[in-house]
Design a protein around this ligand. Structure first.
Ligand code: NDP
Length: 240
């Protein structure tokens, strides 16, 4: 039986590449999204991967949506917490709403999704969880106290949950991508992006597939001795 994998924010950008790579690795994949219906429909039409719409930052919605998925397909054995947003501003200009939105979507979502799936993994004595952090959670970034705090939190969350999952055959790891060519990075002003690329030793932005390959590696059945780790995939930026 093919294992069930759920990828949050799995219909666009890095998440879409992860969904496609996990399907190619033989998993039954469900990709979630927030509201971009057109992107989700195109994604299903092209890749034949089913999608589910809910807000990962909302606890009740998450529990309800995961309940629907598991009662139809069976327990989720591979969870990729990938959905994320930015609401950038310096602290002086950042509103409380911008802070809350980023913390809830990027970090609260890890709590919500893990609450909804972890007990099932424990019962089956198997689970693979990968949380998508960021180089900006490792190094910080000007104008991103909300995003850097959320992503840094993901790295701590990962190491703590890894300790709870270890004796149940559940691994919990993080990937910290550098700058990857997706809609999120295309929103960065070109002059800023130019300076960023100049700091990447391999001399280019990452491709979503570069991150997806890391997810396939960490979620393999054989990867059971890798837990609590952060895999940096960043073209050598800062050498983290
Ligand atoms: P995109 O903006 O391209 O895609 C984001 C995805 O997340 C979409 O599918 C979106 O759904 C979904 N999403 C956003 N908010 C919610 C929500 N509240 N509930 C459910 N789904 C939601 O992002 P990227 O592919 O660039 O980024 C993916 C992850 O990688 C993020 O966690 C990001 O922080 C991280 N990352 C990205 C880097 C980069 O350079 N791109 C670098 C480092 C980390 P919808 O389509 O409906 O909007």
């Amino acid at each position: 039986m093919s294992r069930i994998a759920l990828v949050t924010g799995g219909t666009r950008g890095i998440g879409a590449a992860i969904s496609v790579a996990l399907k190619a690795a033989g998993r039954t994949v469900v990709a979630t999204y927030a509201g971009n219906q057109t992107a989700a429909e195109n994604f299903t039409a092209v890749h034949g991967i089913e999608t589910v719409k809910f807000d990962v930052g909302d606890f009740e919605q998450t529990i309800e949506a995961i309940g629907r998925v598991t009662s139809r397909l069976g327990p989720i054995e591979i969870l990729v917490n990938n959905a994320g947003i930015t609401r950038d501003a310096t602290l002086a200009r950042m509103t409380r709403d911008m802070w809350d939105a980023v913390i809830d979507t990027n970090l609260g979502s890890c709590f919500n999704l893990c609450k909804a799936t972890f007990d099932g993994m424990k019962e089956r004595k198997f689970g693979r969880i990968v949380n998508i952090g960021s180089i900006n959670g490792q190094a910080g970034q000007y104008g991103q106290v909300n995003y850097a705090a959320a992503k840094s939190g993901i790295h701590g969350f990962t190491k703590a949950l890894a300790q709870e999952g270890a004796r149940f055959g559940i691994t919990v790891n993080a990937i910290a991508p550098g700058y990857v060519d997706t809609d999120m990075v295309r929103a960065v002003p070109p002059e800023v992006l130019e300076k960023i690329i100049a700091k990447i030793p391999v001399g280019r932005l990452g491709h979503a597939e570069d991150i997806a390959r890391g997810v396939v590696f960490l979620t393999a059945d054989e990867a059971d001795f890798i837990t609590g780790s952060t895999l940096s995939i960043n073209g050598g930026q800062h050498m983290y």
